[in-house]
Design a protein around this ligand. Structure first.
Ligand SMILES: [Zn+2]
Ligand SMILES: [Zn+2]
Length: 137
């Protein structure tokens, strides 16, 4: 029954108030959740996930600190999120734990190892789960 803290970083959505109330039809291309991108760490081209937000690279698992709430792209940090470890969540499956290289924030992203297109590197994720005990978060 080792409950790791009470904090769930991914669970704050979606009840936040609208920031600035973006108009429907307003262009917000790179804010949109599920665009493809080029990984800042390994330079590979990452395709959109299709179903939910692609928030990290499936090849090296790195991410960028761009969200406060997952998918909102509201963080001004933009630092590289370095995968430290992974853990399994009964409801959500594998969660990857990150630390931002720039500001030190700890973030968790849900793994997309079951994605149809470019699924996460499951070997890397499993390797990361073995490091879960080494970090004190
Ligand atoms: Zn990458
Ligand atoms: Zn940051």
């Amino acid at each position: 029954m080792a409950k790791k803290h009470g904090r769930k970083y991914g669970d704050l959505s979606p009840a936040l108030p609208e920031r600035g109330g973006s108009l429907p039809g307003e262009r917000k291309n790179f804010i949109k959740n599920d665009n493809g991108f080029v990984c800042a760490q390994c330079d590979k081209t990452v395709q959109p996930l299709g179903s939910s937000s692609r928030d990290h690279c499936p090849f090296c698992l790195y991410s960028l600190h761009v969200d406060i709430v997952p998918g909102d792209r509201a963080s001004g940090c933009g630092g590289l999120l370095v995968p430290l470890a992974a853990e399994t969540d009964a409801r959500r499956g594998y969660m990857i734990i990150y630390r931002c290289k720039k500001c030190g924030a700890i973030k968790r992203n849900k793994s997309a190892h079951d994605a149809k297109i470019q699924p996460d590197n499951i070997d890397l994720i499993i390797e990361l789960t073995t490091r879960r005990g080494e970090i004190n978060i």
